[in-house]
Design a protein around this ligand. Sequence first.
Ligand code: ZN
Length: 90
Amino acid sequence: MNRRSYKERDNSNYEAMLADSTIRYCTGCRMCWEIVKEVSNSYGNKSANKYVKFYNHIPSWGKQKLKCFHCLKMKVEKFVKLYYTRKLIK
Ligand SMILES: [Zn+2]
């Protein structure tokens, strides 16, 4: 019967999950972003590919404010090298 509270609980779980990752907020384009590492394994050769993932509908509160590579006018390869980290810098 209580559909609304169920939905709210769902959202808070989602937030808790996001708070644990390295999502930053760009004040330039007002989007949250994260550098994601993707490891592919083909024929025993492991290769890691890092790319920037953008999130449209995430609130900016609690996020580290850092401009994305578009707004810094930086090449994505250089940007990823500079800012990829598993931990939040506080
Ligand atoms: Zn930006």
